[in-house]
Design a binder for this molecule. Structure first.
Ligand SMILES: CSC[C@H]1O[C@H](OP(=O)(O)O)[C@H](O)[C@@H]1O
Ligand code: ADE
Length: 325
């Protein structure tokens, strides 16, 4: 495993190692921190890993840490530790592949979002159930049929983009962790747009008419790739602003977003303190969510293994160990 190779999004890269990148106690939960959330607080850091995947390196080294109860978890910073990766250039294939290769079964993702609804105020938390894709096709959004995986086609089920077993539980646990001072909204629709600039007022009004409740720039392709890697994926969205739809308010800019950051990051850490142990158990060997996700892509692959190039098979086994030789 070469720890120092540079990130390359579609690298024709054969310098990866199929051996598990983690052989310690099981790590079931991977946390992806968004804007402002660059580390886990109050956990014992065990080590940092930076495995080379067939899709390059992850956004940041992955921290392996332990909760006070002894649960091992993995953490990575979506935009890098210094926030140097724009939403359109986050290496999501490598991020998902690296977490899956550590043995992760469930991803708890955090994201700063704008609100498209009066009732979702800045500093509220939202656990969305649906996504409207407004990315523009410039981000690679599948492990199949492109790059070294040319020649193998798969169509993942994505009607419910978040794990429908874990999502309501995450909503409940988030509400419990935050108490009465922070509003937690469930079953909302997230619009994921192509950044880096924020929306125009006309776009913001259109998203509301479409049924969008919150907006960000980062949940796709992350959630699609997690589904393809047979990982349960749930998002905790933290509201920072009212986007641009309110006629009488100024359109959003970063200074407004940053005003909500401190409270949102502190509250995210509060949630992380209590949610990781139960989430680990919710994707245990006999848990419904794990059993549902494991092997789910077997029904999505269209191409017969005998027609798939060896290089594609070899790299797909990195995320789907059952994939035929
Ligand atoms: C800093 S405002 C825009 C930025 O914030 C969100 O990032 P993340 O989802 O990683 O918290 C949003 O998606 C944009 O990328
Ligand atoms: N208004 C907004 N639009 C897109 N992404 C965001 N992240 C935080 N606020 C946002």
């Amino acid at each position: 495993m070469s720890a120092s190779a540079p990130y390359a999004p579609n690298a024709p890269n054969l310098d990866f190692d199929h051996a598990p990148s983690w052989t310690g106690p099981p790590i079931h939960v991977g946390v992806i921190g968004g804007s402002g959330l660059y580390k886990l607080e109050g956990l014992d850091v065990i080590t940092e890993v930076n495995p080379m995947t067939p899709w390059g390196h992850a956004s940041s080294p992955i921290t392996v840490a332990k909760t006070p109860a002894g649960t091992h978890v993995a953490f990575l910073a979506r935009h890098g530790l210094t926030h140097s990766l724009s939403p359109s250039s986050v290496p999501s294939l490598a991020n998902i592949a690296a977490l899956k290769h550590l043995g992760v079964r469930c991803i708890l993702a955090f994201s700063a979002v704008g609100s498209l609804r009066e009732e979702i105020a800045p500093k509220d938390f939202v656990v969305p159930s649906q996504i409207i894709d407004r990315t523009k096709g410039i981000r690679r959004a599948t492990f199949f049929g492109e790059g070294n995986q040319n020649g193998v086609v798969a169509h993942a089920t994505f009607g419910d983009p978040f794990d429908e077993i874990l999502r309501p539980v995450v909503e409940k646990l988030t509400r419990q962790a935050l108490g009465p001072d922070v509003k937690v909204h469930g079953r909302k629709t997230l619009v994921c747009m192509e950044g880096p600039s924020f929306s125009t007022r006309a776009e913001s009004i259109m998203y509301r008419a479409w049924g969008g409740d919150v907006i960000n720039m980062s949940t796709l392709p992350e959630a699609k790739l997690a589904r393809e890697a047979e990982l349960s994926y749930v998002l905790i969205a933290t509201s920072t602003d009212y986007d641009a739809w309110r006629e009488t308010s100024a359109a959003v800019d970063v200074s407004e977003v940053i005003k909500s950051f401190q409270a949102n990051v502190a509250n995210s850490q509060k949630v992380l303190k209590t949610i990781l142990d139960p989430l680990h158990d919710l994707v245990g060997d006999d848990a419904e969510a794990f059993k549902k996700a494991q092997g789910s892509m077997k029904f999505s692959v269209m191409t017969k293994p005998e027609n798939v190039p060896t290089i594609a098979k070899d790299s797909l086994r990195f995320i789907l160990p059952w994939y035929p030789q």
